[in-house]
Structure formats: structure tokens, C-alpha cells
Write a protein that binds this ligand. Structure first.
Ligand code: FES
Length: 651
């Protein structure tokens, strides 16, 4: 007679196993993804399964509840102390007794899918670099002398197949009391290593450690630093936090920070110290938000632009300020947190994604990882709009990248009434094409300015200025209402038929808000329109240049990334000619794609190798040396464009 048949769902993997084989053993043999931290000792309960069909049943309970075998003592003990959910069994304790179908619930899978908010974005398969392992270590024996560490390393090899695990001095220093306190059973956090590094013991706990270990994904921007704290065993984001980049005090934009370092002998070092202090403040903040010890943060991933990259590492960014924009290194970096003076677990590692080119940083690489243009069937243009626009164009057959100096106008800088996105800032605008009268919404209120109750809604914030998305909307609306011509000139009251247009020096301005007792009026000046024209021309020319290189006149879809991208209205962006002509429903926002890319690299070790390979293959285009860029720039200063037809927009 044959051995019983064991089928696992949802994988469908199946095989025959002798009566008495533990389910965990059967799962391992078949390559079924079933978790275990304690190595089958009935302690961790990570191996829970649900028998959904089985041949027999014991002591009168339903088949599903007891399909595998009688409860054994270990399971009973676990159930008594911690409680096992109804219908669940410990896979390491329950044994095969007959033909059976066993369901592995998602939380028992090692490589679980981490659910993402956006349905169209790629899923993250959990496979972090730091994992916990529970081991029983041989006690020392006078007849066979060997060190405690050697026996621990042997246990990791025998019980977990971990080869050649190393330990730092601080582990060695604490090893002996931990082993004895745990009565020769310990939980070990191991960094699994990579191409450059062998697996390494990060931390030891006596006995079974029931807590979590954490990683942080950091999007280190020139203006703000954002961090997500993730539980490395579940992939869950347990806290998110952000702060202003403390380097702001050395200059608002990157180039002023580069010049600060040129003018001041210790400038680069001061900025390095500032950004590291900022990161440490953020670690403290995020750990306190999650009520954890920041010493449990064992892995850190950072994405940032090239200048921030160099400053974080303590490399003078001087060379990035001038042609040929040479990076000290464009490779991904695997560092010790200690080397960067970061106050997390003292063995924690830091991974920096590779930079694509001197102007196209690890942040763009993270966007490429998150949006995966290299896996796209259709031709996709991905633009990450910030002070520099990073632009990717490609599909499965190849991806190109460039950056374009848009300047800070899109963030509200260089705009007379411009401000950062904050309560009180105008973010949505509509202008009636017949009456030329505007209405708008400010951040912090859902009401249009013409609706009753608006005054009350804005009583605490007032109307303080126009943020980046607001300035794009108002200029696009002015263009559609005929208040401004294609060349960017605001018309006179006579030309436009509204006295909202008023003489302002040699040109005209458009009064968007009359002001109140707290705040003065808000107007859009011709200089504001000029600044946006320059910024959008730079963005468009970069995209157009990549399209030239690719030999196409249109793209299938456009993805707007970046915090600002999340707020831009596709229609208004296209009216201005910021992005190439494309059906509006093919323009999507990816939110903070760079931050998502950082999180993918934190939670999945294969993603690191993947993005390194992708970046090697990306064709880098340097806009500064391309004569066509200038030509595109001049044409793109018009709204939407002096030469390009924009047929979809016009239809
Ligand atoms: Fe830990 Fe089963 S493997 S309880």
C-alpha cells in the first residue's frame, strides 16, 4: 500500500509521505513556503496550518479541526499558554496520518505578499535580509573542547542550513552569559549576507525571543526626509515619520549647498553632520511613535539624489557641481550604520541604491524599482517632479534616463505668492471662461472659495499663498480662459474683458484673491508665468529628448511620481505642455515612488540585485550635452508648445 498523499494549498504542491511525518518536514521537502523560527520545537507558532480535508478525525471533533493527528503534548502546551486559533495546527507537531489537504494561511508563509495600496503597482514579496532563528546549542564538553561561538555557528548550520556565519566582537563579548541564561537555547538575528558579505550574527536573545526586528526605508530628499519603519517579519509599516532636511540652513536647493561646500572649507563636513543628525532625530522619532527600542532597527535602506548621496557618505559633492558631473561611485553601497554614525542597532547595515548617473540618483533608481518601466509592455514615461525632474522612458525592450533642471518653481519657489504645500495654500483653481472669475480651494478645506462657509472654513489658516500644484492649475486655467497667450503674456483689462487683470509695472497681473483683514491680495504676475514656463519647458524637453532617442513621437502612458506629482492634475499639466500629449486616462500618479522603491529594497533582498542589474542596463542621457535639448526647450516655453501639435489635448 502507498504512503498517504499530502496536498498543500494554495501552492498545489503534493507528495506522498510516510505516516508520522511532521507536516513541516513534508512542506520543506516539497519546497512549500511554510515559516518557522523555532525550527520545529513548538515554540514560535509561525508554522500554523489549517487541515482542510483529511481522512480521519479523533475524539469526535470536526474533520477540519483535527484532521492530522491527536493533539500532542507540545501543541497542547502551546494552546494552553498562548492559544492556537480554532482549526489551526502547528505544522511542526501535527503529523501525516492519511491523505490530507493542508492550507498554508498567508501569515504562515515566509515569502508573503506585502499588500500595497495601489492595485496596479507591483507587489512586494517579503524576503528581508535580517531574520530570526531559534537554535539549541551543544553544551561545552571537556573531552571535546570547542568555543561557544563555534558550537553556535555549527547549530545554525545544522539546524538552519546557514553556512559560514560570522560574528562581530560585540557578539562575542556578550555570547557566554546569553547562552547560559537561555540554557543553551537562543534566538539569533542573522543578517543573511549578500555578494560582498557572509551571513553575520546581529543579535542574540536567551531562549525564544517573541518580539520583532525592524528595518527603515528612507527617502532622503533635499527638502524633506521621510522614513517608514517596517516589521521585517511581516513587512508591515508600523510607523512613518518625516522631517525637514536640516541642510536647508545651508541653502534651499542643491546647487546652493554645493556652492556652500565650495566656499567653506568645512562646508561639506558640516552638511554631512547635519544630515546624519537629521536621520538620527528621525530614528528616535519613528521608534518612539512605534514604541520600540531603536536598537531593534537592524537594516536601513536609503534612496536620495547624487548630492545628498555624497553628503550622507561624507564625500565632498564638488565634482557634481560641474561637467562632467562625475560621481565618486555609482554602485550600490552596503555599509555599516556605525560608519555613518547612525544610531540604530550597532551592527545594523545600510544599503544605498545605485545612482543612475551624475544627475540621476538613487532616488530615480528607486522609482525604476517601484514603477518597473523595464517590465512594462507599453512605452511608459515616468517623471519624478521635484527641484530636478528625473525622467525615465522605456518598456521591456529598454529604458533610458535623464534629469532636467526644472528648478524650484514647481514647489512654489520663485513664484511671487508661492509657498510650500501647507494649510492655507491655494491648491485647486477654476476660472470661468465667460466671466473670467476664479474660484479656488485651499489646503485644509473642502470648500470652494465661492461657497457659503468658506470664510469660516479658512478662519484659522487664512489664504496664505499658492502651492506648486495651485500655480500650475491657475496658469492652465488662465490659458484656457484666454487671459494669457501661448507665449505667456497676460492680457490687459481691455484685451481680456476683466479688471482682474491689472497693470503691474510693464506687464499685467491677474488678481486671484482680493485678500481680507489678515492677508493681502494674491495675484499671478507675468514673472510667475515666466518661471513656470522655464520649469515646464525643462521638464518637457527632457522627456522629448528621450522620445527622440527612442525614435517616437508619443508615449502610451505617463506616470507622475513624487509628492508633487501626486497633486498635479493631469489635464492642467497637459494644457501647459509639461508632459507629452497623451490620453488623460493614461496619466497616473505614483505618489512617493522613490519611497516605495526604498521599501521594496528593504523587504526583498532579490530586489537589490534586480535594481543593480536594471540600473546597469539603463541608457543614460546627459541633457547638458545634447544640442536638441536647447531647441526643444525654446519650443516648449510656449503653452503648450510652439511646434508640437498636442492633438489629443486639442480634441
Ligand atoms: Fe515553531 Fe512550529 S516551527 S512552532
Amino acid at each position: 500500500s502507498q504512503d498517504p498523499l499530502v496536498v498543500f494549498t494554495p501552492s498545489g504542491k503534493r507528495g506522498r509521505f510516510a505516516v508520522g511525518t511532521p507536516i513541516l518536514t513534508a512542506a520543506r521537502k516539497l519546497g512549500v513556503d511554510l515559516d518557522s523560527v523555532c525550527g520545529g520545537r513548538g515554540i514560535c507558532s509561525k508554522c500554523q496550518v489549517t487541515p482542510s480535508y483529511g481522512e480521519f478525525s479523533k475524539h469526535g471533533v470536526t474533520v477540519a479541526e483535527d484532521a492530522l493527528s491527536e493533539w500532542n503534548k507540545v501543541e497542547q502546551r502551546y494552546d494552553d499558554i498562548r492559544g492556537l486559533p480554532k482549526g489551526r495546527r502547528l505544522g511542526c507537531q501535527a503529523t501525516v496520518q492519511g491523505d490530507v489537504v493542508i492550507d498554508v494561511p498567508p501569515e504562515s508563509q515566509v515569502h508573503k505578499q506585502v499588500v500595497r495600496k495601489r492595485a496596479e503597482a507591483r507587489d512586494i514579496t517579503l524576503d528581508p535580509l535580517v531574520k530570526l532563528f531559534y537554535v539549541a546549542v551543544e553544551e561545552p564538553d571537556m573531552h571535546e573542547p570547542s568555543g561557544d561561538l563555534e558550537r553556535l555557528v555549527l547549530a545554525l548550520k545544522e539546524q538552519w542550513d546557514l553556512e559560514d556565519v560570522k560574528a562581530d566582537l560585540h557578539i562575542l563579548q556578550g555570547l557566554q552569559p546569553v547562552l547560559r541564561k537561555g540554557e543553551w537555547k537562543v534566538t539569533v538575528a542573522v543578517h543573511l549576507g549578500d555578494d560582498e558579505n557572509p551571513p553575520r550574527i546581529m543579535h542574540l536573545w536567551p531562549g525564544y525571543y517573541d518580539g520583532a526586528v525592524y528595518g527603515v526605508a528612507i527617502d532622503l530628499g533635499s527638502t524633506t526626509i521621510a522614513a517608514h519603519l517596517c516589521d521585517l517579519a511581516t513587512g508591515e509599516v508600523v510607523a512613518s515619520s518625516g522631517l525637514m532636511n536640516p541642510q536647508i540652513r545651508f541653502g534651499e536647493d542643491l546647487m546652493s549647498r554645493v556652492s556652500y561646500s565650495m566656499m567653506n572649507p568645512s562646508g561639506a563636513q558640516e552638511m554631512t553632520d547635519a544630515v546624519r543628525e537629521g536621520l538620527n532625530a528621525l530614528f528616535t522619532q519613528i521608534a518612539s511613535d512605534a514604541e520600540i527600542d531603536k536598537g531593534l532597527i537592524m537594516d536601513v535602506v536609503v534612496v536620495c539624489n547624487p548630492v545628498m548621496h555624497h553628503l550622507l557618505l561624507g564625500i565632498d559633492p564638488f565634482e557634481l557641481g560641474q561637467a562632467p558631473f562625475a560621481l565618486a561611485t555609482s554602485n550600490a553601497l552596503r555599509l555599516r550604520a556605525d560608519d555613518l554614525n547612525l544610531s540604530v542597532h550597532h551592527s545594523a547595515r545600510v544599503y544605498l541604491l545605485p545612482c543612475i548617473a551624475g544627475h540621476v540618483g538613487a532616488d530615480a533608481a528607486a522609482v525604476a524599482l517601484s514603477e518597473a518601466p523595464d517590465k512594462s509592455d507599453d512605452l511608459v514615461l515616468v517623471v519624478d517632479v521635484g527641484t530636478n525632474a528625473e525622467i525615465l522612458l522605456g518598456d521591456k525592450t529598454g529604458v533610458m534616463a535623464c534629469s532636467s533642471p526644472t528648478g524650484p518653481a514647481f514647489e512654489g519657489a520663485q513664484i511671487s505668492a508661492g509657498q510650500r504645500a501647507a494649510p492655507g495654500a491655494i491648491e485647486r483653481v477654476e476660472i470661468d471662461p465667460a466671466t473670467k472669475e476664479p474660484r479656488f480651494k485651499v489646503i485644509g478645506s473642502d470648500l470652494w472659495s465661492t461657497e457659503p462657509g468658506f470664510d469660516v472654513a479658512i478662519a484659522t489658516t487664512g489664504v496664505t499663498g499658492i502651492c506648486g500644484s495651485g500655480i500650475i492649475e491657475v496658469i492652465a486655467e488662465m490659458r484656457m480662459a484666454g487671459l494669457v497667450d501661448a507665449g505667456g503674456l497676460i492680457g490687459s483689462p481691455e484685451q481680456t474683458g476683466t479688471d482682474r487683470c491689472f497693470a503691474d509695472g510693464r506687464t499685467y497681473s491677474y488678481r486671484l484673491w482680493d485678500g481680507d483683514s489678515d492677508n493681502g491680495p494674491i495675484a499671478v504676475t507675468n514673472a510667475d508665468i515666466r518661471a513656470i514656463q522655464m520649469a515646464k519647458a525643462a521638464l518637457y524637453s527632457g522627456a522629448r529628448l528621450l522620445m527622440d532617442k527612442r525614435g517616437v513621437d508619443a508615449v502610451d502612458r505617463v506616470v507622475l511620481a513624487g509628492a508633487f506629482g501626486a497633486h498635479i492634475s493631469a489635464k492642467h499639466a497637459m494644457v501647459l505642455g509639461m508632459i507629452p500629449d497623451c490620453p488623460l486616462d493614461k496619466v497616473t500618479s505614483a505618489g512617493n515612488a522613490a519611497g516605495t522603491g526604498a521599501r521594496i529594497a528593504l523587504l526583498n533582498r532579490a530586489a537589490r540585485a534586480e535594481i543593480e542589474e536594471t540600473v546597469r542596463k539603463i541608457q543614460k542621457i546627459e541633457t547638458a550635452v545634447e544640442p536638441r535639448f536647447q531647441e526643444h526647450f525654446v519650443n516648449a516655453s510656449a503653452m503648450p508648445n510652439a511646434v508640437e501639435p498636442f492633438p489629443i489635448l486639442r480634441s
